[in-house]
Write a protein that binds this ligand. Sequence first.
Ligand code: ZN
Length: 262
Amino acid sequence: MLRNEKINEILLLMGAFTFAFFIGTAIHEFGHVIALRAFGIEQYKVIIHPFIGNQIIWNVNDEFIGYVDAAGPLFNILVGNVFLIAFWKQRQTIIPSILLLGPVALIQEGFNSLIQIILNIPESDSVRIIAAGVPGSVLTVIDAILFCLGVLILTIELPLYGISSDDGQIDRITTIMPGFIGYIAAIYLYNLAFNPMGATRGLVLIIFSAAIAALVSFIYIPVVNRIGDRLHCDVVQRDRKILSMVVGLAKGTIVLGLIFFN
Ligand SMILES: [Zn+2]
């Protein structure tokens, strides 16, 4: 692969991933908001920050506990995958960022929930969902399925970002890894500088993204050959116009997140 071409592929993946990751976390919070509104609770505060992370603060009401908490993850997965299905046929031309919303939401929610259950994080969505009566074992199995499904869809989509089976394993991983880690590294550095309490979360996210990048690179050939081919997910070489749209969209959403929600 030519050097310039590789840099463009990294930027394309980085732009699409940044957009999908940040928008996914925002959609999650709006899921909580919709549930709160549906239950007639109007006193809450939503904090959205592209680098520190999001949070919703409400006077926890035992009657609605669990429902409000489940609405965040469910809404993120629903919106992301409705977009994925709606735009799947236009995958050659539509802004590639939108197609990542579905798998990124599945991975985000599956992984977050597993961490919350394993570390028993107080006041977290999953710990409250379990407190509301959903068996922890059932939720763990659902999370694992969501996570695996997300990784599978993400891998199937990689050819749409120019990742080809002609590239060697090293070539593939050195494109995918920086593509996934770019935004996460920015989260880590921001926290290191301005919010040291959040630096550990940043570090965990970096390790996690690197692991996902390694995993999808590793399973790329069998998955793309067996499933991707059947879904006609061919390699798409994106032109400069699409690349600047994807990068612009990522920058735009981050700037909007910084300006409007704080
Ligand atoms: Zn939540």
